[in-house]
Each structure stands twice: as C-alpha cells, then as structure tokens.
Design a binder for this molecule. Sequence first.
Ligand code: DLL
Length: 432
Amino acid sequence: MIWNPYYEAIDREKLYTLQFLRLKQTLERVYQLVPFYRESFKQAGAEPGDIRSLDDLQKLPFTVKNDLRDNFPYGLFTVDLNEVVRIHSSSGTTGIPTVVGYTQKDLDTWAELMARTLTAGGATKESVVHIAYGYGLFTGGLGAHYGAEKIGATVVPISGGQTKRQVKMMKDLGTTLLACTPSYALFIAETMEEMDLSPKDLKLRSGVFGAEPWSENMRHVIEEKLQIDAYDIYGLSEIIGPGVSYECPAKAGLHLSEDHFIPEIIDSVTGKVLPEGEKGELVITTISKEALPMIRYRTRDITTLTSEPCACGRTHMRMKKVSGRTDDMLIIRGVNVFPSQIESILLEMGETEPHYQLVVDRVGSLDTLQVLVEVSEQMFSDHVRGLETLENKIRAEIDNLLGVTADVKLVEPKSIPRSEGKAQRVVDKRTL
Ligand code: DLL
C-alpha cells in the first residue's frame, strides 16, 4: 500500500516543477533570515535570484555539521523560538551536540513522512506497532511514534531497554510491526530464544530498521530469526529525523521523499556532483522545512541514487542501502575498510554468530585491525581446533576480498556488548 499516492507516485515532470518552486521559497527564506547563509552564499558569489533551474543548485555552497556547531544552539533557525514547538539533539560522539528544531508544520511534515515509511513497511490502521527506538532527544522514538499514530495504528511507545519485558509485551499485545535499530532487533531475537519463544508465538510480520548501517546479509539473518519482512529506513536529525527515505516491498533501494528533499551525490574529496548511478556522499537540501531548512547538507553517508522506475509504483528516486559514512571509514595500513564490508563477509560465510566488533589499534607506526566474532556455545566448547581453522578461514577471506590482514578472534557467545540503540561496531584505540 502507498500512504500518499499523489505525492509518492507523482509524475516526475510535475515533481520537478514542485521542487523548483519550493527550492526558490526556501532559498529566499534562508537568505533573508539567516546571516550564516547570506554570508556563505555571498562568498560563493551566488544569490537566490541566480538559481534559475534545479541544476543551478550546484552553484550554492555546502553546509556541514560544523556549521550547526558554530551556530549552536539556534543560529541557523529561521523562526523565533516561540514558533518552535520541539527540539531534538544528536549527541554525536565528539564535541558539542547539535540542536535541531521543528515548527508545528515541520512536525506535521515529519509525521507524514513517517506515515509513508511505516506504510511501505507494512503498517496499516490494524497494526500494533512496537516502537523500541529511544524516546527523548534522539529522533527515532518520537519520529516513528507520530507517523504510526497518523496511520491510526495501535502504538506501543516502549522505547529501548528491558528487553525481556519488551518480548513479553510483544507477545501479550500481539505486536505486528517492530521499529528499532537492526542491532536491537537481533538482540530481541536472541532474547526470544533465551525465553524459549519462537516467532510462531508472536504475531510479528514486519520491522522497520535503521539509524545505523546494516548489510543485506544482516537483513537475511533478522528475517530468518524473527520470520518477518525487514525494511530499511533512513534519516538524520539535521534533515528531519527518520523518514527521509524508506524501503518499499520491492526492497530494492530506499525511496527518498523528493517532494520535501532534493538529493545529490558528490565526490566527497573534490565536492564535485556525480552523475546518477555513481557512488558517493549523499547531500540533501530541504525544500519544505520551516524552522531549520538545510541547504546542500553533507550527510557523510555513502550511497548511490537511481531514478529507474520501481515495481511498487512510487516515482521518487531510490538510494542504495547506506554502505558506511565517510568518517567511519577505517584506513588500515592504507587500505580503506568499512565495517559493513566485514559484516557482509562474516554473515556470508555463515559460520559465526551475527555479533562482531572491530578493534583498531596502532603498534609502533603500524595500524592493526582485530575482528572479534562470536561463535555458538557448542562450537566454543567443543572444537578448539575447529576454532583455529575457522579463524584462519575468516582471515583469509577478509584478506582476499578487502586486501587487509586482520587478526580474527572467535569469542564466547554474548561476550560482545549488546546495544539497545546504535551498535558500537568499532573500538578505535588509536584515539583513546
Ligand atoms: O539515526 C535518525 C533515524 C532514526 C533513522 C531511526 C532511522 C531510524 P541521527 O542520530 O542524527 O538520526 O543519525 C543519523 O545515522 O547520517 C547515518 O549515518 C546513520 N543512519 C541512519 N539511518 C541509517 C540507515 C537518526 N538506514 C545518521 N542505514 C545518518 C545506515 C543510517 N545508516
């Protein structure tokens, strides 16, 4: 089902007209109201009046996370604080947090986008939606919440934590759709096993998972363990939160709501816009936001865009599953490695558990990569020899496919910390 067929399946020519109109309004708005944008446009030698087509967007400068930090907390807002009805914040791992704000209209837009997302993921008025994304300053919980309520589904706003209780609630309340991070979905599946519950004891049919990268192989593991359809959902606080793009039943890329956002893909080193189909950094311009519009915001997320028609009938462009962030990329002795590539290899081999962590360190001037992977209880206690053989096999596979030598260590089940939100896949001791 499509939540809003008029916009989600809009004729692309009509879409371009709408985008251009909304873009012009947004540019005028930020130029008039935000000194930062006026200044940065001037420096780039461009004014809103110079933007005469969608392609002209390229004339404008990028906005980056540091610009939000430099203007912390409200410097990039285009409305008075008394028009702002909600604040969220992304904690980030370093430095000052960034603060984002919403007017009532922004919240309505967000709920609409999440209604699209959840509908594409199988939600209807009849669904019981269990929201285990964190509630609070993180955008996951409340973002999914208002979308699910808009659909008219029965919402269980459980937030993260107390996993056994979560499983019991899902069983008792007849939950049909689970919303959480993919790593937490896996933890929920593991907890179900511990509680001797099988997917048959629950009514779960689908899940919308996002907020962190997860591989296609991880999708298969989650679908198999929970016996559901697992859909990828993407978003970031600076743009609106979850609901920027979402998978449909075709599971062939995430439709990006182009009536609200204009996507571009750039070469993250040169900043040059790349042609459709090429892989690079996703840049997004918001064209309907009031409190905090973003012009050419560099997401740091790596993906590819396509406007090829999709089997589901939606016409918005699709982005591939995010394969990593430009700033998550590990450079191990000169070789670029993304955690998701290692995840893919491990799950493809299928001989370990889907729980892993990468430990990066420096010995002398040499970077080292250690891959910790859990194996099953049985394997761990029965086969010391077998463990060594498997470690060697994984090491050879990583070497072969990524060109990097890793020290692979198989560890006991449940020894790698589980996460209720975004998983910490990498421990980088070099910066500690
Ligand atoms: O994580 C918003 C969100 C909540 C999305 C719930 C989906 C579900 P931030 O905390 O600002 O917002 O983090 C944004 O998380 O730039 C990506 O690097 C990463 N991310 C989000 N969704 C995905 C995804 C929320 N589906 C940052 N795949 C983004 C890969 C994702 N990475």
